[in-house]
Design a protein around this ligand. Sequence first.
Ligand SMILES: [Zn+2]
Length: 210
Amino acid sequence: MDENATRHLLADLSASLFARGYAVGSAGNISVRLDDGFLITPTNSSLGRLDPARIARLDADFAHIGGDKPSKEVFMHRAFYRARPDAGAVVHLHSTMATAVACLADVDPSAPIPPLTPYFVMRIGGTLPVVPYYRPGDPAMEPAIHAAALQSRAVLLANHGPVVSARTLTDAVYAAEELEEAAKLFLLLRGQTTRELTPAQVQDLLTHFG
Ligand SMILES: [Zn+2]
C-alpha cells in the first residue's frame, strides 16, 4: 500500500473508531510504519475528522518532516516500534472499558484481563502488562512502555488507557477493538464465577494464531 492510500485508510479507520465511541474529543492517536518512516495523527486532532493530507509524517528517527505537528504522545508509539520490529502500526485510545480496567486497584498487573474468549488471546497475545501511572508527557513513560512492549504487543497504561500494536494498521485497530470488548466482558462478569480458558487452551491459541 502506498503512502497516500495508507493516509486515507488511517483517516477512515480513525473516523470509524470515533463514530462508534472508542475515542472522544481529541483523545487517542494512531500511527503506522512506512518503508522510510511513520505517519501519526496530529496533536489536538479529533480521530473523527482527520484530513489525510495533513496527517503528520515522521522520518525513520521519528523527526517531524511533514503534515501537521504530531501527537504529543508520539513517544508511546516510538517505544513500541523500537521494542517490536514486527509492529507495523500502533493504536492508543482512552476507550472507556479498557481504561476502566486500567483504573482497578485489585487486578494482576501482569494479566489485568483474564483469558475469557479466544479472540482476546488471538488479537492481544498471552500477556497484557499494566504500565504504572505517569503524568502525560513525562519522559520516564517511554522506557517503561519500551520494557513492557519487549514482552507484549499491547499494554494498559495505569489510569490512562490501552496501547496496542499489530503487524498492519487494520489489525492494530481490530486488536484495540477486541481489547475493549474483552475489558467490557471482564467488567460485566466481575463478581461472578467465570470459566476462563485454561493455560493449555491459551497456549494452543498462541501456537495456532500467535
Ligand atoms: Zn493518552
